[in-house]
Design a protein. Structure first.
Ligand SMILES: Cc1cc2nc3c(=O)[nH]c(=O)nc-3n(C[C@H](O)[C@H](O)[C@H](O)COP(=O)(O)OP(=O)(O)OC[C@H]3O[C@@H](n4cnc5c(N)ncnc54)[C@H](O)[C@@H]3O)c2cc1C
Lengths: 715, 324
């Protein structure tokens, strides 16, 4: 029996190295295929008709002219007469034609008569939402005695903060190619759930799950918005069937992608915190409301206050507002960036009111976190990297000129325990090593870390591993969500490769005249422990396998993770911004990220996750916002001219310090996809407050909001 | 995008003969950086598209006795790299630098920049340039953070061209050709505020091609553009200001101040410019000129901040113009 442990740090040869991505070359040379690149013989193209109204009922729909339009092979009505539509951009009908242009032309010939109904698309006017019966209290949670604690507090701070809905903005819009043939449904997906999305489609189509064959190479971003098979895949499959099994290509256009294919809830919160003179927080009291689209927007009580969960007296009160927009989806660390902003902004404002250094206030209160020592260490490390001692000044007391700089802190946490996953390793008599998992690489480096783990176990190089993922006929692996992939696939791969190696040792041992447990695989050789002169090359060793390859499975089970993985990480970020107080323009000078994530398989891809995550939150802090127009009911900036996201010039300097001290390494692998997205908005918002002397209570921090905050301060 | 007939003539006369007297029938294609987006969104659905990039006489930048002649199909990149422009017209170079996308600079033309359609999101979402509903504009009660602080009638959108303001400040003219001949207009008359839905925001007629831009010599004219942008990306300015100062010694003999993204046309600050006459540009004078430039602004519910931005842009443009 193999021992499933990671090799000690000093014996790792591949793990822990900044290996380049194994699929880097095909990506940068444009040879990687995404579902939108798939071309099949006889393929048709589909186009979607969506509803232009935020709330409407379909009185009638007439597709006859579309059916007669040139090139059209099939039409599917998705919102038949009588359907109530609850958001603009919702599916109405889909057309498949010989070319994409013909499909789009045909869609415009569909005649729909709508009864337009009253809509609500803005969530922050609570009385209006209540009047329309759209506000649902989701209860109150109380710990200790918050009212008494507020009375007894030496200082009470009260503030209100707002963070809007933003979208996932996947570079590659949602969509797929699907072919409903006689025996099987071929599904060229665009998903973060290769092993389950087929069954999801099968359910929608009411066919047996086993007939759906999912394949995928690369995905252009997902961030939590690509778990389901989607109505578009089901509709395209039906079009394919109606067209005699011809494959159907469909992807959303950018406007619809932004409107319906993923967004995260907004929040507004009124927060009261009480503290002792020395900065120790004694009470938290928050009232919040939010929307996650038509289905409302819940927030569980244990999310506020964030990280400082053990504050002794707490009240949490939340209202979910239903608006006529598409439902929210999981967005990279669902809810955490928002609650990190709400919590850290309130803490920083409390410090400013008390004329206290916020770093001191955060340190004072780490006692209320689950991991006081870790946060204290990370706060100090981040402070050192951003030169807090040298650069921090009391709020608003920086430079004299119009351009002011400031520093701010954000703090975060996440789980990231590896998901259930299975891996199959085959060692062929010719020495080839095949690894199979029904997993996916969303651009996060999953392929690379699997190859590193396999190479480490087998004493080979990354390039020696033939990795196969992205197919639901491979062993089942979990969906990529919750930062669970790296833990899941690396533990499963470790077990599977060690099991295969055990078998290889058994077959090789006789020829080296030792027992199997005396063998080790190092540097492309199978050798006798302590006697490296007795060895065989990998190829020679594999010739002893016989005719049929060695095949071994390995699984990760999050319920009994063993020593290979664990969950729970913390992170601290500090930002330095400069603000032009005449124009309200904010620019990020520097962002420091200190983050623990257990054992690091590949520091390069790990750092990349930090850069990418922070960049997303820089967008949210400074530019990104879904703007709903109550007059037309439309997401009025659903295009990249005014739905603003960062360019390389907006990102500033990002310094990543991965906290991999021995105690973290010892915890095994923990996911990192989401954690670094959490603290950034808070850090930037706090830095702006520190720079200009007043809180800009709403993100993104745009020039209009900065100038308004400055004007309020003067008044 | 709707299917269309495509023509790629090589002479101006041929191109002109392919145009229509009605808007909506034919669109001129230069770099296509705006037109293609408009067509994909079905905001423009021309039956014919006439590519003018193959017409040699529309290209090139030349020094003439009357100043600089810039052909309509000169790209933003060519303009940026041109030494004649670099030498005398910092206001144009600074405006061009604001257009940050390399692809835009390589494909986008100066003629296309002047003729591009406004970015108003109601317009781009298919609600019309004036966004009228029952005869009344949606914009005052709608989402108007990027809209005009100097609206004209029902026109609340803002003119998008980054080159409009500096060209007006520099006293430039455009040449417009049709099969009937050519005419010239000062650039300030090229931009117009439409009164009715369906009217254009430029004086170009549907059967005309903008062939060239004539910029008077600017030797001794201190000129600059200052843009305030929300971020550093490929994006639109919130407000811009261009200034041109004819100096006598270190005092202003005459001035032009033009603000961009504040009205449906570039907006000239005539009174502020007149006030500058005889003054030396100091920080305090520039600030006061900025204040005077925004007098009479009528901000909407969400765009009051643009008044301050315009004020600062004018101040900073003036200071940039006289900086060594
Ligand atoms: C993301 C983004 C950001 C941008 N930022 C800026 C910015 O900051 N500042 C700025 O000024 N611009 C900006 N632009 C606009 C860009 O500069 C223009 O799209 C470009 O200059 C248009 O030139 P073109 O040659 O591509 O025009 P086209 O797209 O080919 O044409 C645009 C319009 O002008 C008409 N037209 C073109 N040439 C002529 C002619 N010679 N005579 C008559 N009509 C003509 C066309 O029929 C069409 O209606 C931005 C564009 C994008 C997409």
């Amino acid at each position: 029996m193999a021992e499933y442990r990671w090799p000690p740090v000093n014996q790792r040869r591949v793990i822990g190295r900044p290996v380049n991505r194994v699929d880097g070359l095909v990506k940068v040379t444009g040879r990687a295929t995404y579902s939108s690149d798939v071309r099949r013989p006889g393929m048709l193209y589909a186009a979607l008709l969506t509803c232009p109204y935020a709330h409407a009922r379909v009185r009638s729909i007439d597709v006859s002219e579309a059916e007669r339009s040139p090139g059209v092979r099939a039409v599917q009505v998705l919102a038949p007469a009588g359907t109530e539509i609850n958001w603009a951009g919702a599916d109405v009908a889909m057309v498949a034609a010989e070319t994409e242009e013909q499909a789009r032309d045909a869609v415009r010939k569909i005649k729909v008569d709508y009864e337009v109904l009253p809509h609500l698309v803005k969530e922050f006017d609570l009385s209006r939402a209540q009047a329309m019966n759209r506000a649902k209290p989701s209860g109150e949670a109380v710990t200790g005695d918050p009212d008494q604690a507020l009375k007894e507090a030496d200082v009470v701070f009260e503030g209100e903060y707002t963070i809007p809905v933003i979208t996932h903005s996947c570079l590659q819009p949602h969509g797929q190619v699907v072919a409903w043939g006689e025996k099987e449904i071929e599904f060229f997906a665009n998903t973060q759930a290769v092993s389950t999305v087929g069954a999801d489609l099968a359910k929608a189509l009411e066919v047996p799950a086993e007939i759906v064959h999912v394949q995928q190479h690369s995905v252009g971003g997902a961030y939590g918005s690509k778990f389901q098979a989607e109505s578009w895949a089901a509709a395209a499959a039906r079009l394919s069937k109606a067209a005699g099994g011809r494959p159907v290509w469909f992807h959303l256009d950018r406007r619809t992608e932004l409107e319906v294919a993923g967004c995260r809830p907004s929040y507004r919160a009124r927060i009261k915190i009480g503290a002792k003179k020395d900065g120790t927080i004694t009470v938290w009291d928050s009232q919040s409301w939010a929307t996650g689209g038509f289905t409302g927007g819940g927030l569980s009580a244990n999310l506020l206050p964030f990280v400082f969960v053990k504050i002794p007296n707490k009240r949490f009160n939340h209202t979910a507002v239903s608006v006529n927009t598409a439902p929210a989806r999981a967005w990279r660390a669902p809810n955490f960036p928002q609650v990190a902003f709400l919590t850290c902004a309130a803490l920083e404002d409390l410090a400013a009111q008390m004329k206290m250094d916020p770093l001191e206030l955060f340190l004072k209160n780490v006692q209320y976190t689950d991991r006081p020592e870790v946060y204290a260490w990370q706060l100090k490390k981040a402070a050192e990297l951003i030169e807090w001692q040298k650069k921090w000044h009391p709020r608003g007391q920086g430079e004299k000129g119009p351009v002011k700089t400031g520093l701010g802190i954000g703090i975060g946490t996440w789980g990231g325990l590896g998901h259930a996953a299975q891996c199959r390793t085959r060692i062929h008599p010719d020495g080839t090593v095949e690894i199979e998992l029904g997993s996916q690489d969303l651009g996060t480096g999953t392929r690379t870390v699997i190859c590193q783990v396999a190479a480490e176990s087998l004493g080979l190089r990354v390039g020696d591993i033939r990795l196969k993922i992205g197919d639901n006929r491979y062993p089942v692996a979990g969906a990529s969500g919750g930062s669970t992939t790296v833990g899941g696939v690396s533990a499963a791969t470790r077990r599977s490769t060690l099991n295969a190696l055990d078998e290889l040792f058994k077959r090789v041992a006789p020829s080296l005249g030792v027992s199997p447990d005396q063998l080790e695989a190092v540097d492309g050789r199978i050798r006798v422990k302590g006697d490296p002169s007795k060895s065989l090359s990998w190829k020679e060793a594999c010739q002893k396998i016989g005719n049929s390859p060695i095949e071994a499975m390995g699984a990760n089970d999050p319920k009994s993770p063993g020593g290979l993985i664990s969950g729970g990480v913390g992170g601290v970020q500090m930002a330095e911004v400069r603000v032009d107080t005449e124009t309200g323009q904010v620019r990020l000078n520097k962002l420091v990220i200190v983050q623990d994530c257990g054992m690091i398989i590949n520091p390069k891809t790990a750092e990349s996750q930090c850069y990418g995550a922070a960049t997303m939150s820089i967008c949210a802090a400074l530019m990104e916002e879904r703007i709903m127009d109550q007059l037309t009911g439309r997401f009025i900036n659903a295009a990249y001219d005014f739905y603003r996201i960062a360019s390389i010039m907006d990102v500033g300097e990002i310094v990543v310090h991965l906290d991999n001290r021995p105690e973290h390494d010892a915890r095994g692998v923990i996911g990192l996809g989401e954690p670094p997205v959490v603290p950034t908005i808070a850090a930037i918002s706090n830095a702006v407050a520190n720079a200009i002397g007043v809180r800009v209570p709403e993100v993104p921090i745009t020039p209009d909001r900065v100038l308004a905050a400055l004007a309020r301060r003067k008044a | 995008m709707q299917s269309f007939e495509y023509a790629s003539p090589t002479t101006l006369q041929e191109a002109l003969s392919l145009l229509s007297t009605q808007w909506g029938e034919v669109d001129i294609l230069a770099g296509g950086t705006d037109l293609l987006a408009l067509m994909k969104d079905y905001i423009h659905t021309p039956k014919r598209v006439v590519n003018i990039k193959g017409i040699k006489e529309l290209g090139g930048i030349q020094q003439t006795s009357a100043g600089l002649r810039i052909g309509a199909i000169v790209t933003i990149r060519e303009l940026l790299e041109n030494e004649l422009v670099q030498k005398e017209y910092p206001a144009l170079i600074q405006a061009a630098r604001g257009i940050r996308g390399m692809q835009l600079r390589n494909m986008g033309t100066i003629g296309g920049d002047l003729c591009q359609r406004p970015r108003c999101w109601y317009f781009r979402n298919g609600f019309g340039l004036l966004a009228l509903k029952d005869g009344k504009s949606l914009i005052p009660d709608g989402e108007n953070r990027y809209h005009a602080i100097f609206p004209q009638g029902q026109a609340y959108f803002v003119s998008a061209s980054s080159f409009g303001p500096p060209l007006i400040a520099l006293g430039a003219r455009v040449k417009l050709a049709s099969t009937g001949g050519t005419r010239e207009l000062p650039v300030e008359q090229f931009f117009v505020a439409p009164q009715r839905e369906g009217e254009r925001e430029i004086a170009l007629k549907p059967n005309e091609i903008l062939t060239e831009i004539l910029v008077p010599p600017a030797k001794g004219v201190r000129n600059a553009t200052y843009e305030i942008r929300p971020d550093e990306g490929v994006n639109w300015p919130l407000v811009t200001a261009s200034v041109a100062l004819r100096m006598e010694g270190n005092r202003v003999a005459s001035a032009r101040i033009v603000m961009g993204h504040v009205g449906p046309t570039p907006v000239q600050a005539v009174k502020a410019a007149a006030w500058l006459k005889g003054k030396q540009i100091t920080e305090a004078v520039a600030e006061e000129a900025g204040r005077r430039a925004v007098e009479g602004a009528k901000p909407l519910s969400q765009n009051g901040y643009k008044v301050q931005l315009a004020q600062v842009a004018v101040k900073r443009a003036l200071l940039a113009a006289v900086a060594k």
